[in-house]
Design a protein around this ligand. Structure first.
Ligand SMILES: Cc1cc2nc3c(=O)[nH]c(=O)nc-3n(C[C@H](O)[C@H](O)[C@H](O)COP(=O)(O)O)c2cc1C
Length: 248
């Protein structure tokens, strides 16, 4: 059971190394056009896309060696302007509901773009820092906008690597959430542990052990979950929400 869409999705891997070649305008228009075909709340398309291909601006956002990035904003500003023009002054567009619907809209639009891009041989990766970035000076986004996601794109310099995924049974619950046993968890994460122990060199594993890291769970928890760093990022997110005027 397969087709071109499924084959393309199965080949997904993030690409972070790009040729200098620019993405042609007709290709860009096509992938963005199919992004806009994504389902969206009330068909109001509560998002805007900022295409950044000015390398200085990308660098200001800490994005290097990437020819183009798309920032998807959860955007209640444009809809509000439309309502205002027609005399509707007090419209509740910036509620928590508006925020989450627009955020959802923005991200599925962006992911449609990612899927379309990959199907045409482009490489992509998401930049998860965008929600906490101080963007205003760079992209001039108005009130009632929040940076939901950033997709970086270009022609791949290398093939990248297809990474492992958890098995279906770890992710999927039928009808209600089934609390896993410790044995379940160990089984589901076993492949990651196997790859960690076999793909790291002996020297690297020794280095990690000297730091008190004996397995991949410890490697993740000690590197990705550093409280101070996450607190700093979270402060950026809270600032962006506050500045956006979304009431959450
Ligand atoms: C919400 C989100 C945030 C991400 N942030 C980053 C990032 O800041 N930098 C990066 O290089 N990759 C980022 N990625 C890509 C992930 O690291 C990548 O998807 C994951 O490791 C699985 O690898 P794969 O996409 O190659 O299968 C992000 C992906 C998502 C969905």
């Amino acid at each position: 059971m397969s087709n071109e869409v499924i084959e393309s999705l199965k080949k997904h891997r993030s690409i972070r190394s790009f040729k200098e070649k620019k993405i042609e305008k007709d290709i860009l228009d096509e992938i963005i056009g199919v992004g806009l075909r994504a389902a969206n709340g009330g068909n109001l398309q509560g998002y805007s896309l900022i295409i950044i291909d000015d390398l200085d601006r990308l660098e200001k956002l800490g994005v290097y060696n990437t020819p183009l990035a798309i920032v998807a904003l959860a955007d209640a500003y444009r809809t509000k302007r439309w309502f205002n023009i027609f005399g509707e002054d007090k419209v509740a567009v910036n509620t928590a509901h508006g925020f989450f619907i627009n955020n959802w809209d923005a991200l599925i639009c962006l992911h449609n773009i990612a899927i379309a891009a990959e199907s045409l041989g482009l490489g992509t990766y998401y930049n998860g820092d965008v929600t906490s970035m101080d963007l205003k000076n760079v992209i001039n986004n108005p009130e009632y906008t929040f940076p939901s996601g950033m997709l970086c794109l270009g022609y791949p310099k290398d093939e990248g690597k297809i990474l492992d995924r958890l098995p279906l049974e770890a992710i999927v619950h039928y009808n209600s959430y089934k609390i896993p046993t410790e044995k379940d968890i160990k089984k589901w994460y076993g492949e990651k542990e196997r790859l960690f122990q076999t793909r790291n060199s002996k020297e690297r594993l020794k280095e990690l052990k000297d730091k008190g890291i004996f397995n991949i769970a410890q490697a993740y928890s000690k590197s990705k979950f550093k409280k101070e760093e996450l607190d700093r990022i979270s402060e950026g997110i809270k600032r962006n929400i506050k500045e956006s005027g979304y009431d959450i």
